[in-house]
Design a binder for this molecule. Structure first.
Ligand code: FES
Length: 109
């Protein structure tokens, strides 16, 4: 099984390609491992900080899917900068279906 490739616009507006993401890890973990700026992940993936907030490319949102209720509550905390395709990257579990995914790191509050 090959690696999953993801394109991210980082916190400084640079395009970064993550070429070695694997199935089962979260998008946040793959981004941290690759040093993507703007993904702070203060809570370590426990869905309780929203410092891993990303905007999923609208073309990909249906594949990624909607946030669950707990994530939805956390996203309410970043309401000022929330967009319709906002997700917390620690809650996106990578699968082969997400190969080629494109997301943008949301600005810090
Ligand atoms: S890392 Fe804290 S909510 Fe995602």
């Amino acid at each position: 099984m090959g690696a999953i490739s993801i394109t991210m616009i980082d916190g400084e507006g640079r395009e970064v390609t993550i070429a070695d993401a694997s199935e089962g890890e979260s998008l946040m973990e793959a981004a941290r491992r690759n040093g993507v700026s703007g993904i702070i992940a203060e809570c370590g993936g426990a869905c309780s900080c929203a410092t891993c907030h990303v905007y999923v490319d609208p073309d990909w949102f249906d594949v990624v899917g909607e946030p669950d209720e707990v994530e939805e509550d956390m996203l309410d905390m970043v309401d000022d900068i929330r967009r319709p395709t906002s997700r917390l990257s620690c809650q996106i579990a990578l699968t082969r279906a997400l190969d080629g995914l494109s997301v943008e790191v949301a600005p810090e509050l």
